[in-house]
Design a protein. Structure first.
Length: 246
């Protein structure tokens, strides 16, 4: 009987491990439907946390295409967002990166929210692995597709609260929807504002050549309402959190 129970537990663990790997590599994570009370962030990133560069090079040398390879890094942060020499830990930040993306299929994704596909899924949990925030970042995206997504969310959750923000030469828009115990925020970035600068025609031509309808990407945040203000007030921002509302 004991052996049967141990075998069952082993099979459950193996199934969970494989499922988490499939979620991370197949674009199977539906961010909208994630249950914040039961989602196991540590398990979800488990395979990516163990990923090594040697694995990627083995696949590449063996001629495996496309190569689906992910890494994840974790940092412990305090309530200011600081991750260096902290006194009191507040949360754990999971940052995901893709390796060898030039070898991937063009439409490859690791997750989605309705018709919006993400090239990255990042997260923040408390010290007990309770999910606090989940974010997805798109690749370059057409304005029409993003606008269609915004219209769909406005129909589903009511008109978003809109804020225009700027940082350096770039400006972006934040749209915020409140859904019960969660807040959904869409940050669309990439508008380059150089009207106030004195530029040569060559510099202007270069800037125009790298613009893509003034839109680079979008990041969607799904955050617990009770910790939203804590993240909003953080003075230190790294990685995907630089687009979070201030």
């Amino acid at each position: 009987m004991i052996r049967k129970k141990l075998l069952l537990l082993a099979l459950i663990s193996l199934t969970t491990f494989c499922y988490c790997q499939r979620q991370l590599e197949d674009g199977g994570l539906d961010v909208e439907k994630v249950n914040f009370n039961s989602f196991n962030t540590k398990s979800f990133y488990g395979t990516a946390l163990k990923a090594e560069w040697s694995d990627y090079h083995k696949k590449r040398n063996a001629g495996v295409k496309p190569i689906y390879f992910f890494r994840a890094e974790t940092d412990t942060i305090d309530r200011t967002g600081q991750n260096f020499n902290i006194d009191t830990a507040f949360a754990i930040q999971y940052r995901q990166t893709g390796v060898g993306r030039n070898e991937w299929e063009k439409d490859y994704t690791v997750g989605f929210f309705r018709n919006l596909k993400f090239k990255e899924i990042n997260a923040i949990t408390d010290l007990d692995n309770k999910l606090l925030l989940l974010s997805g970042t798109t690749d370059r995206i057409e304005p029409e597709k993003l606008n269609s997504f915004i219209v769909e969310l406005n129909k589903a959750f009511g008109n978003a609260y809109l804020t225009d923000l700027s940082k350096g030469l770039s400006s972006y828009q934040l749209r915020k929807w409140e859904l019960g115990d969660r807040i959904i925020v869409l940050a669309s970035a990439g508008v380059i504002d150089y009207k106030g600068l004195v530029l040569t025609e060559k510099e202007k031509a270069f800037i125009k050549s790298i613009e893509n309808d003034n839109l680079l990407s979008a990041t969607l945040f799904s955050c617990r309402k009770d910790v939203y203000d804590t993240f909003k007030q953080m003075s230190m921002r790294t990685g995907f959190m630089t687009s979070f509302e201030k």
